[in-house]
Design a protein around this ligand. Structure first.
Ligand code: AMP
Ligand code: GLY
Length: 429
C-alpha cells in the first residue's frame, strides 16, 4: 500500500514512522511533512497546502494512493474527508459534520448534553453583556472559551471575574476571528487531565492506551498554554476500572449519539477528560483527530499494525478485529522548543545531535523542522522551522527508564535557544 499522511507535525512524523514499520506499507507521502518525514526511508514530502483538497486528490489518484490519513483538525473541519471520499479515495478521519465535535465548542456542549456525557456546566453566549453578567453571577475561577478552532489558544482559565471579562471582550472583539462569534462559559474543574484517543468505525469504538500531556510552557505546569511540551503513556491514573467507565459513559454514548444524528464517524475520537480528586471524571473537550504529542507516546507502544486498525475503521469492521495489542512498559516524549515559544521565536537554527540521540535508543520525531541536502545529519542538514521543534521519545520497561533515556537523548541535541522542560512526567517519577 501507498499511504498519504496529511499534516506536518510530530504527530504526522509518528504516524508515518509507525505505518512504515509494517511490510504492507510500500511508501508514505506526507503533505506537506517536515524535516523528519523527508529524511525517512520510503517516505517523501509533497509541498501542498493541507487545504488544497483538489491537488491532494489529483496526486493521490495519479500515484495510486490506497489510503489517506488526516492528522490535523483544520482540514477535517473544512471537509477534506468529504471531498476525498467523493472522488473515490479511502480516508481515515471524520467528515465535516463529525469534525464539528472539535470545531464548535457550543455544538460539542449541546452534543454532550444530548448524549448525557458527564461534562462541566456551561452556557453559550452571542454577546458580551449577557456573558459578563453570567460570569458575575457564577463568580471566579471560571473558564471562557471561543467556540471555534483557535489552535489551542481559545481557552482562558480565569482566576478572577476581571480576567474573565477581559477574555470575553477579546473574543467578541475579534481576537480569535470567527472562532469568537460564540463564547462558551464553563465551570472551572480541578484535577488531573487525561487524554483518551479512541479508534472508531462509526459503530464500534476502542480506546488506545491513555496518555497525559503537559500543556504549560513552564516547569511545575506553570505559565502559558502551548500545544504540549511533553507526554507519557500509559497514564497511571487511568486504571482499568476508570477506562471501563470511560468506555461506557463517554465513548459508547458518543458514538451512539453521533449515529443518532446521522453522522458516520470513522477516525479518531479523542476525549480530553478531567479526573477529579474523588476519582470521578468530566469531559473537557472532544477532538476529532490524534493528539499531539500524545500520539508520539501511544504509537511506540502499539503492537498491532496501525494500518490494520485504520483499515478496519474505514471499512467498518472494527468489531471483528482482535483486541489491540500493546508492548509492556512506558513511553515518554520531551518536546524541544524554540526559545520564545509560545510567543515569538526565530526559525532557521541548525540542529545537531539527532543521530547521537538516536544512538542512545531514542526515536526523534520532528515537528517544526526543515531538511536540506548536504548537511551534517547523514546527508541532510536539519534546521528549526517552528515553535515545537523535536519530540525526543523513549520506550522503557518503566517510566524511570523511559524518562532517563528521553532526557539523555534531549541533552545530546543542540540548536540556538533550544528550550525544554526538565520535569516531564513529574507525576510518574
Ligand atoms: P479545551 O480545548 O477545551 O481542552 O481546553 C484547553 C485546556 O484548557 C484544557 O486542556 C484544560 O487544561 C483547560 N480547561 C478547559 N476546560 C476547562 C474547565 N472546565 N476547567 C478547567 N480547565 C479547563
Ligand atoms: N495535546 C493536545 C491536543 O492534541 O489537542
Amino acid at each position: 500500500m501507498k499511504v498519504l499522511v496529511v499534516g506536518n507535525g510530530g504527530r504526522e512524523h509518528a504516524l508515518a514512522w509507525k505505518l512504515l514499520q509494517s511490510n504492507q506499507i510500500e511508501q508514505v507521502v506526507c503533505v506537506p511533512g517536515n524535516g523528519g518525514t523527508a529524511s525517512m526511508e520510503r517516505c517523501q514530502n509533497l509541498s501542498l497546502g493541507v487545504d488544497d483538497f483538489e491537488a491532494i486528490a489529483q496526486f493521490a489518484k495519479e500515484q495510486n494512493i490506497s489510503l489517506v490519513v488526516v492528522g490535523p483538525e483544520v482540514p477535517l473541519a473544512k471537509g477534506i474527508t468529504d471531498y476525498l471520499k467523493s472522488v473515490g479515495l479511502m480516508v481515515f478521519g471524520p467528515t465535516k459534520a463529525g469534525a464539528k465535535i472539535e470545531a464548535s465548542k457550543a455544538w460539542a456542549k449541546a452534543f454532550m448534553q444530548e448524549a448525557a456525557i458527564p461534562t462541566a456546566r456551561a452556557a453559550v453566549f452571542t454577546e458580551a453583556g449577557a456573558a459578563k453578567s453570567y460570569v458575575k453571577a457564577q463568580g471566579a475561577p471560571i473558564v471562557v472559551k471561543a467556540d471555534g478552532l483557535a489552535a489551542g489558544k481559545g481557552v482562558i482559565v480565569a482566576e478572577t471575574v476581571e480576567q474573565a471579562h477581559a477574555g470575553i471582550d477579546a473574543m467578541f472583539g475579534g481576537e480569535f476571528g470567527s472562532a469568537g462569534k460564540f463564547v462558551v462559559i464553563e465551570e472551572c474543574l480541578t484535577g488531573q487531565e487525561v487524554s483518551v484517543l479512541a479508534l472508531t468505525d462509526g459503530l464500534t469504538i476502542r480506546p488506545l492506551l491513555s496518555a497525559q500531556d503537559h500543556k504549560r510552557i513552564g516547569e511545575g505546569d506553570t505559565g502559558e498554554n502551548t500545544g504540549g511540551m511533553g507526554a507519557y503513556a500509559p497514564a497511571p491514573i487511568a486504571t482499568p476500572e476508570l477506562m471501563a467507565k470511560i468506555q461506557r459513559e463517554v465513548l459508547e454514548k458518543a458514538i451512539a449519539t453521533l449515529r443518532k444524528k446521522g453522522i458516520d464517524y470513522r477516525g479518531v475520537l479523542y476525549a480530553g477528560l478531567m479526573i477529579t480528586d474523588s476519582g470521578d471524571f468530566k469531559v473537557l473537550e472532544f477532538n476529532c483527530r490524534f493528539g499531539d504529542p500524545e500520539t508520539q507516546v501511544v504509537l511506540p507502544l502499539l503492537e498491532t499494525p496501525l494500518e490494520e486498525l485504520i483499515l478496519a475503521c474505514v471499512e467498518q469492521r472494527l468489531a471483528q478485529m482482535p483486541p489491540i495489542a500493546w508492548k509492556q512498559g512506558a513511553a515518554v516524549t520531551v518536546v524541544a522548543a524554540s526559545g520564545g515559544y509560545p510567543g515569538a521565536y526565530e526559525k532557521g537554527k541548525v540542529i545537531t545531535g539527532i543521530k547521537e540521540a538516536e544512538a542512545l535508543g531514542t526515536t526523534v520525531f520532528h515537528a517544526g523542522t526543515k531538511a536540506f541536502p548536504g548537511g551534517s545529519q547523514g546527508t541532510r542538514q536539519v534546521v528549526t522551522d517552528g515553535g515545537r521543534v523535536l519530540n525526543i521519545t523513549a520506550v522503557g520497561e518503566n517510566f524511570e527508564q523511559a524518562l532517563a533515556q528521553a532526557y539523555a537523548g534531549t541533552q545530546s541535541i543542540h540548536f540556538e535557544r533550544m528550550y525544554y522542560r526538565r520535569d516531564i512526567g513529574h507525576r510518574v517519577r
